[in-house]
Design a protein around this ligand. Structure first.
Ligand SMILES: C[S@@+](CC[C@H](N)C(=O)[O-])C[C@H]1O[C@@H](n2cnc3c(N)ncnc32)[C@H](O)[C@@H]1O
Length: 234
């Protein structure tokens, strides 16, 4: 019990791979070495510019890359760019012929992300669109259908982003949502803060919407943050 408590205490302070055992997380990170110099520079540039350190953790970046590789997705949409860290990982998965449209409302993030994509050699195949994601999604819909949508932005709109994905993903297309454990509160009935309750309810609504949608098969990968992965099927 004491050990579990220690792990849980550490977990809330550190974004990481494993839910409960940080020794296993360390082993995996040392074995698979998910970050190279490009990703490290992208993360450090964002930090130097004062952006919040809320990008996906390095192992989740590798998960994203692998999910894109496995699915063969080439036309990607990301909701929530920040500084382009996850976008670089997505594009590594897409490889040559891949295109990413990534949506970000914060102008400073947009500037830093464009610098990071340039430094990663990805300027030509990544479009960063500044503005509210829902409006941007409406504008890019005619360019679809898309192969993959990754959602990592305002939790209150996850269900709306999924609704857009149901109409604009090709059959066989993939949806990925990050933070679907609601920062460890998704199962809770009681909350200390009304905002935590709201976020948990919003993410639960998203999880349930994907899990029960007749056109999707989906699962929850047990990453530290909870990564929902779904596919549009017949
Ligand atoms: C968790 S960060 C994204 C992290 C990024 N995917 C990564 O792992 O490198 C969420 C981002 O979504 C952006 N965002 C939040 N609400 C948004 C909205 N309605 N439209 C566009 N961007 C939004 C925030 O400004 C923030 O940069």
């Amino acid at each position: 019990m004491a050990t579990e408590y220690r792990h849980r205490k550490v977990y809330v302070m550190r974004k990481s791979y494993a839910q409960s055992n940080l020794e296993i997380a360390d082993y995996v990170e040392q074995t698979f070495v998910p970050e190279d110099t490009v990703l490290i520079s992208a993360r450090e540039r964002a930090k130097a510019e004062g952006l919040p350190e809320i990008q996906v953790c390095s192992m989740d970046a590798l998960h994203l890359e692998m999910l894109v590789r496995i699915s063969g997705a080439k036309k990607l949409v990301e909701v929530g760019t920040l500084a382009g860290y996850s976008g670089i990982a997505l594009m590594r998965g897409a490889g040559s012929g891949g295109k990413l449209v990534t949506l970000e409302k914060d102008p400073q993030c947009v500037t830093v992300a464009r610098e990071n994509f340039k430094a990663a050699g990805l300027s030509e195949c990544v479009e960063v669109i500044e503005g509210d994601a829902l409006s941007s999604l409406d504008r890019i819909a005619p360019d679809g259908p898309f192969d993959l949508v990754f959602i990592d932005a305002d939790k209150g709109n996850y269900a709306n982003y999924f609704d857009w994905a149901t109409k604009n993903l090709k059959k066989g297309g993939m949806i990925i949502g990050d933070n679907c454990f609601a920062f460890g509160t998704i199962h809770q009935k009681k909350f200390d803060h009304p905002n935590s309750k709201k976020v948990a309810e919003q993410l639960d609504a998203f999880n349930v919407a994907v899990a029960r949608h007749p056109d999707f098969r989906a699962t929850m990968l047990p990453t530290g943050e909870g990564m929902l992965v779904g596919m549009k099927v017949d």
